[in-house]
Design a protein around this ligand. Structure first.
Ligand code: ASP
Length: 437
């Protein structure tokens, strides 16, 4: 492992010149931050616009032959203001003019969207006096638009062997024909992870506007404690339930390479943030939990049939009904003569009646009952592995608050306990579990 740090700065961290100043101080405070991955300027306040959104709008208008000057002028002003306020000797206006012309002439959606990162990286490289390394020459996608990990890894290794310090724009790369291709939204996180993995960085810092993850949603629990350390596996369990701070695809490259991610706050750099660590690290705090997350709006389809377990093909038939209706299942707790399918409401929309009918026809059950309005809560923590009393604590806390539990499921890795409750009890249940720990 090298002792190099890869630092990615999100859109809010680089939203205006004041944020650029903070970023410069952060980079200067550790001389191992060799590679910096900037996003495009994000929102400066809640009513502001992200540059990426504006660029997508410009391209859309242009593709309909409509005038996009009004929107593009906002983009232009944002970048010009940053350069003026930072006193940069950089002709950003010419670059902006070129990009405007390309969009006018029918440039692709991905090209337009990627220019926020491109320009921000050029500005940052000028401001920090570090080399600009275009991501189009590093990150490569195949003809189908999927990331070509092997070729990308090779490119990054070769190029960065020659350049020891640099600014690499996030979010985009190029296709074999040279066209620009972007990741899904929030994809600069992925670029940072790819670079960190390729150079075997000591740590991948992800700078944003929060001091890492909190143990529970602050909209529900008052001042929840921050999570100082979390394993990759725990994070997966929590982020699939709650709002992700990090693009979920950004986890895989660094996780595989065993590189920790540190989520840090550009506005409060001295806060420890959250460190995402290797799944195999020894557990030091048995009996505790790491975090609680949850989601509302699931439906339970509960199916009963005597001796269903002994009937060959029963589960296959049941699954094929869901598959042909293109519905994904969240959980599937079962008992000897019954099985429940827990499905997110958005998956079902208007398909529920048809699915029930098809289950009746194919599986011939004794009964089918549906419960709408269910919420799921995941209590996650490596500290619960081999520890007695965790579930007792959870269930006691819920019982004391009068919350009825509809479903319980614990993964065999003993990393999480999932409870299903009524939507109306959601906030009460999360608060009760948080307080219990
Ligand atoms: N600027 C892109 C977006 O808004 C990518 C990113 O910020 O990570 O989605």
């Amino acid at each position: 492992m090298s002792n190099v740090v890869v630092a990615k700065f999100g859109g809010s961290s680089l939203a205006d010149s004041k944020q650029f100043i903070k970023v410069k101080e952060i980079i200067a405070s550790n001389n191992r931050r060799n590679y910096i991955i900037p996003s495009a300027p994000g929102k400066r306040h809640s009513k502001d616009h992200k540059i990426t959104d504006l660029l997508y709008m410009c391209q859309q208008l242009a593709s309909h032959g409509l005038n996009f000057d009004e929107i593009y002028n906002l983009v232009q002003k944002r970048f010009e203001d940053i350069c003026v306020e930072l006193n940069l000797n950089l002709d950003i206006s010419s670059l902006l003019k070129e990009i405007r012309k390309k969009i006018q002439e029918g440039a692709s959606k991905d090209y337009a969207a990627s220019r926020g990162e491109y320009l921000n990286a050029i500005i940052l490289s000028n401001y920090l006096d570090m080399k600009f390394i275009d991501a189009a020459g590093l990150i490569v996608f195949d003809e189908k638009g999927f990331l070509d990990s092997k070729a990308t890894d090779k490119n990054v290794k070769t190029k960065l062997r020659e350049i020891s310090h640099g600014i690499i724009p996030g979010f985009y790369g190029s296709m074999p024909n040279g066209e620009i291709k972007v990741f899904s939204r929030g994809g600069s996180d992925i670029t940072g992870a790819i670079i960190a993995q390729a150079i075997n960085a000591e740590i991948y810092e992800n700078w944003t506007d929060v001091s890492g993850f909190l143990m529970a949603d602050p909209k529900i629990v008052k001042n929840p404690k921050p999570i100082e350390k979390i394993t990759y596996k725990e994070l997966r369990e929590l982020s699939y339930m709650g709002a992700p701070v990090l693009h979920e695809e950004a986890i895989f490259p660094v996780r595989k390479a065993g590189i920790p991610i540190n989520i840090k706050n550009t506005n409060n750099p001295e806060d420890t943030g959250t460190l995402i660590i290797n799944d195999l690290e020894p557990v030091t705090h048995l009996g505790t939990i790491t975090g609680i997350a949850g989601k509302k709006d699931f439906t339970v389809i509960s199916i009963e049939k005597t001796l269903m377990g002994a009937e060959k093909g029963f589960f296959r038939k049941l699954m094929s009904v869901l598959e042909t209706n293109n519905v994904a299942i969240e959980h599937m707790p079962s008992s000897i003569d019954s099985i429940s399918l827990i499905i997110a409401n958005f998956e079902l929309n208007s398909k529920l009646d048809r699915i029930i009918e098809e289950i009746r026809i194919y599986c011939n059950p004794d009964s089918i009952i549906c419960y709408p309005n269910m919420a799921l809560i995941a209590v996650v923590g490596r500290g619960m592995i081999n520890t007695k009393g965790i579930s007792a604590k959870i269930f006691t806390a819920l019982a004391n608050k009068g919350v009825n539990i509809r479903m319980i499921s614990q993964g065999s890795s003993e990393l999480n306990i999932i409870v299903g409750i009524e939507n109306v009890d959601f906030e009460k249940a999360i608060t009760a579990i948080y307080e219990a720990f």
